[in-house]
Ligand binder design. Structure first.
Ligand code: CP3
Length: 353
């Protein structure tokens, strides 16, 4: 008889500080991890990635496992984030795209018409067997340390698909949203299915927490977010609502949207460095934990200035209903990896109960 997969609550990660903070339960110390902790800031990452294109590395369970574990070993962070990219599920369903070094995701034929939607079929677990395999391997290796699964949110994915690549002003995306709201809605419905299913694949294979990245949604007003985006992010997050896996919802420049992002169905709202955790908590109310929010640029400041800021954030976080320490956005590739280790140690030391 095969042993049934255990629900995540039954596993050792249920008692981890990351899961407990996400659930607004008492923690032994403030948990910490860093967005983009697995990446170019680590010499061991640069070594294993040598000669292997980004997307290929995401499809090789041996590499995904090694890269995901690297920052956990080196920094002693409280969670691993699955090494992949938000465009991997789009590539998996057949979109012709590449991740260009120093640029980001580039889409060969951008989506601009109803007919283009034919290129976006539903995602099924069979599209991403290498994800299921890598998550299983990782969960075995990680033991009591939680693995965070993730996906891109419909707006941020749509922005890459409509623009054809990274964009500063999201001009074509906004023109489509306002000029053809029906096509926009149809596109986002498909992306919500893909996002939601991608989260579900990771959670079912053993991820203990998931994060929905809506990195670029801070470009929108509240009104546009409510009318054109929120329900699609709600649908993506709802795909794992029955799995007892806390959900983190993150975006950059989203201070004006925090309450709406929480209401989309997350337990934790990610806060960037432009809004203090105290203000974020005031905007969100007592039902949400917060994650963040050290300015990634401060990792380049002299230690006394960095230390002061880390201590302030930990202090603010202690007054929040729950707090997971992180950066306000991802680790920059040029950062000195030893500084990340030192920040991890400091957070643990000053927050020990
Ligand atoms: O450590 C981790 O956070 C896990 C891995 C991860 C990557 N991408 C690996 C990656 C995660 C969570 C992502 C998500 C992602 N990808 C987002 C959302 C997070 C955010 O930063 O807001 C976005 C917007 C993308 C799209 C994307 N992919 C960009 C903008 C880039 C950078 C391009 C560059 O070269 O500067 C990528 C490529 C990418 N994804 C890299 C990594 C480690 C760099 C590629 C390399 O190492 O060669």
């Amino acid at each position: 008889m095969p042993i049934p997969t255990q629900p995540s609550t039954a596993r050792a990660t249920r008692a981890s500080d990351v899961v407990r903070a996400a659930r607004r339960e008492p923690v032994s110390r403030t948990p910490v991890w860093f967005m983009r902790q697995a990446g170019r800031s680590l010499p061991e990452y640069r070594r294993v990635r040598e000669g292997v294109p980004m997307l290929e590395s995401c499809m090789r369970p041996d590499l995904v496992t090694e890269i995901t574990l690297q920052p956990v070993r080196r920094h002693g962070v409280d969670a691993a984030i699955f090494f992949s990219d938000i465009v991997v599920p789009l590539k998996a369903v057949g979109i012709d795209l590449d991740i260009v070094p120093g640029v980001g995701p580039v889409v060969a034929d951008p989506i601009r018409s109803v007919r283009d939607l034919d290129r976006l079929p539903e995602l099924t677990p069979d599209h991403v067997p290498y994800v299921t395999e890598a998550v299983r391997m990782l969960v075995d290796e990680l033991g009591a340390t939680p693995l965070i699964g993730f996906a891109g949110a419909p707006f941020t994915l749509a922005s890459y698909l409509v623009e054809g690549g990274p964009s500063k002003n999201h001009v074509k995306t906004k023109a489509l949203m306002h000029g053809d709201p029906q096509l926009w809605a149809a596109l986002c419905e498909r992306l919500a299915q893909i996002s939601g299913e991608y989260l579900r694949v990771q959670a079912e294979a053993g991820a203990s927490v998931v994060q929905l990245f809506d990195s670029w949604v801070g470009a929108l007003s509240r009104a546009d977010y409510v009318e054109h985006v929120q329900r699609h992010s709600t649908a993506a997050l709802a795909a794992v609502a029955d799995l007892d896996v806390p959900r983190i919802h993150f975006g950059v420049g989203t201070g004006e949207l925090l309450d709406l992002m929480g209401a989309a169905g997350a337990e934790v709202v990610g806060v960037d460095y432009r809004v203090s955790l105290t203000d974020a908590t005031r905007r969100l109310g007592p039902e949400f934990a917060v994650q963040g929010n050290l300015d990634p640029a401060l990792l380049f400041a002299p230690w006394p200035a960095l230390e002061r800021r880390v201590r302030e954030i930990v202090e603010e976080g202690r007054r929040a209903p729950g707090h997971i320490f992180n950066l306000g956005h991802g680790v920059l590739p040029e950062v000195d990896a030893d500084v990340l280790t030192r920040v991890t140690e400091l957070v643990h030391e000053v927050s020990a109960r």
